[in-house]
Structure formats: C-alpha cells, structure tokens
Design a protein around this ligand. Structure first.
Ligand code: ADP
Ligand code: MG
Length: 270
C-alpha cells in the first residue's frame, strides 16, 4: 500500500518567493489498484508522482510504501528502492541508439550495489530487490527475462528494431516492458497515452489493465483525460490548484460531481 501523508511541495520562485505546487495532499492507494489522478494542466499531477519515487523531494510530509517511510531514504538505498517502482512517460524516453531488446534489458543491467538497507522494508520486497542488487544479472538470465517481456507486450516481431522505426503505441509498449523488467510492485504512468491517437490509447490501456490483472502490480495513472480514468481506474483523485478536491471509487466521484472541477471534467470541457 502507498500512503501519501500531508504532502506539501514548494518550489523556490525567485528570491524569497515560493510556489506551492502541492498543498497538504493525503492519499491511500491499495495494492492492486489502478489509481487515477486527474486534473488540468499545471494542477501538480506530475510533481505528485515524481514525489512518489523521490525524483522530487517533498518539502513536508511523508510517502509510506508498505510501511516504509521512503522520504528519509537516500543515496544507494534510494537507487535500490526505485527498482520497485517503474515509470512510463508521455514521450516514452527510449534510448534511440539501442534496439528494442536492449532498451528492455536496460532495466536489468544495473550497477552492483552492496549492502543497501531500507529500514522497515518488508521481507519479500527486500529479497526481490536484493536479488537484482547482489549481482549483475547474467546474460542468459537477462535474455530470458527480455523474451518474457517481449511476449507480455506483444513485440516479438520487433525485437531488433530501433525506436525510430516504431509507432507511438509500439514505443510505449517497449517503455512498459522496460519499466516492468525488475518486477516492480508499482508502475507510475505520467500522461502515458497523451501522445497517442484514441485507438492506440485503447490498446495501451487494455495492456495496462491486463498487466495489472496478471501481475497484481499497482498502477498510478496521471492524466488530464476523463476517458482514460473511466476505462481503467477503479479509484480516482481529482487534483485542482495543488489540492485534492475529490477522491474515491471512480463511479462515485463522477456521480457526486459536486465541485466545479469535477463537473468540468465530466462534461468534457477540458
Ligand atoms: P501537471 O503535471 O498537473 O501539469 P506539474 O506538476 O508539472 O503539473 O506542475 C505544477 C506546477 O509546478 C506548474 O506551475 C509548474 O510550472 C510548477 N513546477 C513544476 N516543476 C517545477 C520546478 N522544478 N521548478 C519550479 N516550478 C515547477
Ligand atoms: Mg504533467
């Protein structure tokens, strides 16, 4: 489970001025959820998920994953922790000079980290992370895992293609495979379908849903698009001007559309 507690993020905005991008955010995301975070551009969505894997450090508050307060984790421990959190992006962020196989394997070929220690981390997560940290995975092992991932995202035929020769949907499939290479328990998706047409969006959403069902990975979906939330999220939080203005089961949130921002989203004004 992921708990976000009283999370505030401020950016310095010139001398003696600060911009509050997240203001006292509280969230509980349960294992296996596909949890949507929806809001207009500039609402603070990306900053919120970047705090969840500590790409941004919260100004105040805590992120607790499976009972471990990760806000205090630093250095190589943080590096190890991130192996438990995959992430995909709007513009895919693939390595253009590497083919599909090598892009996917990149998630596994990590530097050896000795003796990382994350206080309070549950034994199962520790064992899994330690497995990847203890030694560089062997070539045969990497190849086997890449084969599985190619199967998972249905890209067998494209394994030696370079990203430039792939469609947007295929690129996002590669990114998904790479993000899942170390079997993370959380997958963060920041506007993962925003660069795709509606048909391709549907196929990526279907894939994410199938992966969630098969692997039980918890998925957090950041989006400004209502239909994305409606199609795959069991729960949703609506964020507006740095605050959560509604949160709960998707149907409930969109039926009790009491706040203006929710009405706007439902009405498709965005
Ligand atoms: P969203 O993803 O909902 O569009 P963001 O989280 O990207 O919103 O941004 C929220 C606000 O925080 C915006 O006003 C943005 O300009 C500001 N912001 C984001 N990152 C930084 C940063 N590193 N430094 C200063 N301001 C930032
Ligand atoms: Mg964003």
């Amino acid at each position: 489970m992921i708990q976000v507690k009283e999370l505030t993020k401020e950016f310095k905005n010139g001398k003696n001025r600060k911009l509050t991008v997240l203001n006292n955010i509280n969230l509980e995301i349960e294992d296996g959820d596909i949890f949507g975070i929806i809001g207009m551009s500039g609402a603070g969505k990306s900053t919120l998920i970047r705090c969840i894997n500590l790409l941004e450090r919260p100004t105040r508050g805590h992120i607790i994953i499976d009972g471990t307060d990760i806000t205090e984790v630093r250095g190589k421990n943080l590096h190890a922790l991130r192996k438990n959190i995959g992430m995909i992006f709007q513009n895919f962020n693939l390595l253009m000079q590497k083919n599909v196989r090598k892009n996917i394997a990149f998630g596994l070929e990590i530097t050896k980290l000795k003796d990382f220690k994350i206080p309070g981390m549950n034994a199962e997560n520790y064992k899994k992370l330690n497995y990847f940290q203890k030694r560089k995975a062997k070539k045969a092992e990497i190849n086997k895992r890449v084969d599985e991932l190619l199967e998972l995202v249905d890209l067998r035929e494209k394994e030696y293609y370079y990203p430039a020769k792939l469609s947007g949907g295929q690129r996002q499939r590669v990114a998904i495979a790479r993000a899942l290479a170390t079997r993370p328990s959380i997958l963060l998706c920041d506007e993962a379908t925003s660069a795709l047409d509606s048909k391709t969006t549907d196929s990526i959403l279907k894939l994410l849903k199938r992966i969630n069902e098969e692997t039980k990975v918890t998925i957090i979906v950041i989006t400004h698009e209502m239909n994305v939330v409606q199609k795959i999220c069991n729960k949703v939080a609506v964020i507006d001007k740095s605050e959560i203005v509604a949160c709960g089961y998707t149907e409930d949130v969109f039926q009790n559309n009491s706040s203006e921002i929710v009405r706007n989203l439902v009405g498709g004004i965005m």
